[in-house]
Ligand binder design. Structure first.
Ligand SMILES: *Cc1c(COP(=O)(O)O)cnc(C)c1O
Length: 431
């Protein structure tokens, strides 16, 4: 495609004729920010290049997997070698074994692990397992947490504090939604009430240990330990959905940082380094119920695909060697502080929520930290749209939705970060 120029507008028209919304995952279609998405043809380091030859500093990074930027050399080399051995066997093979042993060695709460192809699949499988081993049907989730698109997770809160969920998507059976209890994040009474009323019926409570799918909703310190304690008391399995936080917030994710041993954990995104890899794992006591050892059926033609397995091993080994979290946290903090102090001087209400290499600019007056969807100021969404497009015009690609976090990678250079600050400052002045 190198020498051919395609304009995004006509590509998008063509794409919309043959695919819903012109894309294969909704946010890519720019509905949340408006306009036409650029069509990207290559990525290298921290840069994406589109069909019109424009370059963008990428802060979306494929929605998380690219902790080391595009074309991480170690992952690329592993993939090249693997290609020469063929790319799908559908048999027992040593590549998943090596990865599984490595993960079990480094993640104490994972005694056994099963590889799948996405975060959605990992969550769906973990929930099925939780229902099977507890003999219970209901699952607790938190408003604002995303766990992929399995039916039982596409559920929003009904009215009241501890209500049964209602479908959030057309096509989800209300009967399935009813089995999911949805309560607000960071809310003591709701948590207490939910466990008092339903604790004996809960197969699992699932949580993003750092909620990063409705902006970045940083929780107070009491929240996770309190949830873990209630799970333990009621025999409810605690599932940490570490699809975003896993291998990003340090090698051991939030399970490692908090020391709260979840019963089951789900991984994807960073784990595959850009290849479609997901995983669920946990105590052998539970995992032994998965087929063919046990009676919980779960399978996959492409599961533990050799390309994904070698990419994953290269990723986790590099993360262990280089501990990217440390430098990324520091660099992002400096960048955030520079931007917030600029905004303050200009009288622009801006708060940038950060955690490790995750960030989320919040536009508008807030009365403190934003910890749940209701705390997000009404001005945020329209202003984010404007900011997004001013940045895009300056070659900076933020995640294209007011409610999605953005990411910093180790591939972003100091010079690129400096330039992005200028672009942000110019764009903020145009709000
Ligand atoms: C992205 C995400 C998922 C879904 O993963 P897919 O690979 O997109 O299916 C699930 N849980 C969390 C926390 C995620 O961020």
């Amino acid at each position: 495609m190198k020498d051919v120029v395609f304009d995004a507008v006509s590509l998008f028209q063509r794409a919309q004729r043959v695919s819903p919304g012109g894309v294969h995952s909704p946010v890519r279609g720019f509905r949340k920010v408006g306009g036409t998405p650029p069509f990207m043809v290559s990525g290298e380091g921290a840069l994406l290049k589109d069909t019109e030859g424009r370059s963008y500093l990428d802060f979306c990074l494929a929605w998380g997997p690219l902790l080391f930027g595009h074309q991480c050399p170690e992952v690329k080399e592993a993939l090249h070698k693997a290609l020469d051995r063929g790319w799908s066997y559908g048999t027992a093979e040593p590549y998943s074994l090596e990865l599984a042993e490595w993960l079990v060695r480094h993640l104490p709460w994972v005694e056994k692990i099963r590889f799948v192809n996405s975060g959605t699949e990992a969550v769906m499988s973990a929930l099925r397992l939780a229902r099977a081993v507890t003999g219970r049907q209901k699952v607790l989730k938190f408003e604002g947490c995303y766990h992929g698109h399995a039916d039982s997770m596409l559920v929003k809160a009904g009215s009241g504090l501890a209500e049964m969920g209602i479908p959030e998507s057309a096509g989800v059976s209300p009967r399935v939604a009813e089995e999911t209890l949805v309560i607000p994040l960071n809310h003591r009474t709701a948590l207490e009430t939910a466990f008092e009323r339903h604790g004996q019926d809960l197969a699992a409570a699932i949580v993003e240990p750092i909620p990063a799918n409705y902006g970045l909703l940083l929780q107070e310190d009491w929240f996770l330990p309190s949830l873990a304690e209630r799970c333990q008391r009621t025999g409810t399995l605690l599932i940490f959905d570490e699809v975003i936080t896993g291998f990003r917030i340090g090698l051991q994710g939030m399970a490692g940082r908090t020391g709260l041993s979840p019963d089951l954990v789900t991984y994807a995104k960073v784990l595959g380094g850009g290849m479609p890899v997901g995983a669920y794992g946990g105590k052998a006591l539970w995992m032994n119920h998965v087929a063919p050892e046990g009676t919980v059926y779960q399978a996959g033609t492409f599961s533990a695909n050799p390309l994904g397995m070698v990419a994953s091993l290269a990723m986790v080994q590099k993360i262990k060697r280089e501990i990217p979290d440390l430098s990324l946290t520091k660099r992002l903090k400096q960048w955030k502080e520079a931007l917030e102090s600029f905004a303050k001087k200009q009288g622009i209400p801006l708060q940038i929520a950060t955690e490790s290499s995750l960030f989320w600019p919040i536009l508008g007056q807030t009365s403190g930290p934003v910890r749940s969807p209701e705390d997000i100021p009404a001005s945020h969404a329209p202003q984010y749209r404007t900011l997004f497009h001013h940045l895009l015009a300056r070659g900076v690609y933020l995640s294209p939705s007011p409610y999605e976090v953005s990411f910093l990678s180790t591939a972003h250079t100091e010079a690129q970060l400096e330039k992005s600050l200028e672009a942000f400052q110019e764009s903020l002045l145009l709000l």
